[in-house]
Structure formats: structure tokens, C-alpha cells
Ligand binder design. Sequence first.
Ligand SMILES: CC(=O)CC(=O)C(=O)O
Ligand SMILES: [Mg+2]
Length: 218
Amino acid sequence: MASNRLAQFREFGKKIVAVGRNYKAHAEELGNKVPEKPIIFTKPTTSYLSQGHPIKFPPGCTDLHHEVELGIVVGKKGYQIPEEKAKEYIGGYFVALDMTARDLQLEAKKNGHPWTLSKGWDTSTPAGEFIEKDKITNPQNLQIWLKVNGEMRQNGNTADMIFSISYLISFISKYMTLEEGDVILTGTPSGVGGLKGGDVIEAGIGDVSKIKFSVDSS
Ligand SMILES: CC(=O)CC(=O)C(=O)O
Ligand SMILES: [Mg+2]
């Protein structure tokens, strides 16, 4: 993938595939069981937000949560990719927020309904710049952190993922073709929490890439 601009993966991106509860401490902090196989959901590409634009509360939400995640950008098309070949399909990385309307999600969970609206409204996937694959030697040993108004809220390491990036690529592609520009959000570490209008979120992967977004106060 030649360009390092966010626009590149938005343009090519066919889908955003996200993983839930991929860190034990996060599953436990919300009182959920640690999964035995990956929990997969999708988000629309209209949910992408680039820096300089505010995150909006979706209608009916009063409990908006931050979730910082390592995003994988798929570099080439593949179906039923063996785990040992999965790394060849990584095109690059980015810092992502899987913004979640926790109250809407809890209501959906209670009723056995999908999470789509609680995870997929416009502005629910703030994303940083594309990071070339070669800039990261070991994606399974990266600090992943998030601050709100300067206070550290999430501070994890991708070494603590329950399902590795290679396993996830192989697992997801058993069911659906992955295409160049698709992205995989690999789940959030513990420390998720509520936000209010005017809050400023900073997040990053070690010192490799950093993002900054504000929450709409109108
Ligand atoms: C409970 C969740 O919202 C799951 C999720 O998105 C995660 O990253 O974990
Ligand atoms: Mg998430």
C-alpha cells in the first residue's frame, strides 16, 4: 500500500471488522465471560472520523465510552488464510477508537439484539494515520494507551490479546473474504469509561502514532 494517508484505506475499504472482548481484563471489567473463540462484529465505513472533527453522541445515548484499539489494515485479498501465512496479508496499522454507546449496547445485549447502532453511528470510528507495516517490528508487543483530559485511562499491551492478530486474520477469513483496505479492530484493553461533551481524548501506540479527538459539546 503506497500512500500513508487515511483517505487511502477509506477509499479502498470495503468493511470494518471488529473484535470484542479480546483482552481478559476488559472482558472482566464489564462482567463478561472471557470468550473461547473470537467475537466478531462489523461497523460501517461511514463511521470513520479523521482528526480535526469532533466525536458526536448518537441519538439517545447518555453513556458514551472510549475504547482504544490497534487497527490492522489488510494489504491484499485473501480467503481462508492459514494462520502461518496471515502476516503476509497485513498492509499496515493505525490507532483506532471503537466508540461505544454503552447504554444502547447494554439494552441490545439484554434483548439479544445486534450491537450495530451502539457501535456504528457516524463518528464512532475515529482513526489515526496509516502506519507502514515495516515501522512496527512486533505488533504483539505494543503499548496501547488512552488519556482523557490528560489523565491515563487505558494503558495496555497488545501482548495481552487473547487471540493473536494472525489467529484473527485466519479466523475471520474462514468466513469472509478480506480485501485490500479492509480493516480489523483488534479489541480494547481494560479501562474503558464514560465521556462528556468537551472532553479531549489522546491515544496512541507507544510513541509510534498518536491521535487526538474532542467530544462534541453542542
Ligand atoms: C463489550 C465491547 O464493546 C466489546 C469490544 O468492542 C471490545 O473491544 O472488547
Ligand atoms: Mg471494541
